[in-house]
Write a protein that binds this ligand. Structure first.
Ligand SMILES: [Zn+2]
Ligand SMILES: [Zn+2]
Length: 243
């Protein structure tokens, strides 16, 4: 078997695995495992310091405040949240594709961005007993067929050897899509949305919640409330993006 024939097979297989067009701009590009071209990758804005001491939102006035306006207003119940990117147009498009358009392959790129963030900012992952993802309501899960945050949580669980806790945090209330609501409605919408099925499993444990996006923080705060009721010791949040 000649080398060129082998190469042909390999390239053929690669083009099956890695489609030739960029997920965002559709431009043809050389095979790459992230499914998006280099110019599009560069449009992703990483979340950079100065960070809000609570939620890691980029601070505009670090000399005046250590908390972002949102955290000053709402006083979140989680202990600490981190987000790897800022929710600019590129991230908006990408998260939409990831969430609603079956582009689950983006999980690879997103996990890489989050892992890099964790390493850059020396986030202590050893402290966590469990990783959990924000669950979808069963009805929504049936409609969408997959939960994009499960995919992120699974990858992070493997990378950092933290057990993934599935089905203990459950969504007991069918909520409207947060993106369609204003700030006040978002808090009412998620109120009592979550429940812990077996509280004793989380008693005294440190839990890391994985989510794709922090906007007002209403969803993660409501999940954190449920965890607090189960008497967890520490609640961290890790998100792909923050507004
Ligand atoms: Zn592109
Ligand atoms: Zn904040």
């Amino acid at each position: 078997m000649s080398t060129s024939f082998l190469e042909q097979i390999t390239n053929g297989l690669l083009s099956l695995v890695y489609p030739d067009n960029c997920t965002i701009c559709k431009s043809p590009h050389t095979n790459n495992p992230f499914f998006i071209c280099t110019p599009c990758q560069k449009m992703i804005t990483l979340n950079l310091p100065p960070f809000c001491a609570k939620c890691s939102r980029h601070l505009r006035n670090p000399e005046k405040n250590i908390l972002c306006p949102q955290c000053q207003k709402t006083n979140p119940v989680f202990d600490q949240a981190w987000a790897a990117t800022r929710y600019t147009n590129a991230m908006k498009n990408l998260i939409h594709l990831f969430k609603y358009k079956n582009k689950t392959a983006l999980c690879h790129l997103f996990s890489n961005i989050i892992i890099l963030f964790i390493k850059n900012y020396h986030i202590n992952m050893n402290q966590y007993d469990y990783i959990i993802s924000i669950p979808l309501h069963p009805t929504k899960l049936r409609e969408r067929q997959y939960n994009q945050t499960d995919l992120l949580a699974e990858t992070l669980s493997k990378e950092f050897h933290i057990p993934l806790s599935k089905n203990n945090l459950i969504r007991q209330k069918y909520t409207k899509t947060q993106a369609l609501l204003n700030e006040k409605e978002r808090w009412t919408n998620t109120k009592d949305a979550f429940r812990i099925r077996h509280p004793s499993n989380f008693l005294g444990k440190s839990i890391l919640i994985v989510d794709d996006l922090i906007t007002t923080g209403a969803t993660v705060c409501e999940a954190a409330h449920a965890l607090k009721r189960a008497q967890t010791k520490y609640i961290g949040v890790l998100a792909l993006s923050i507004t």
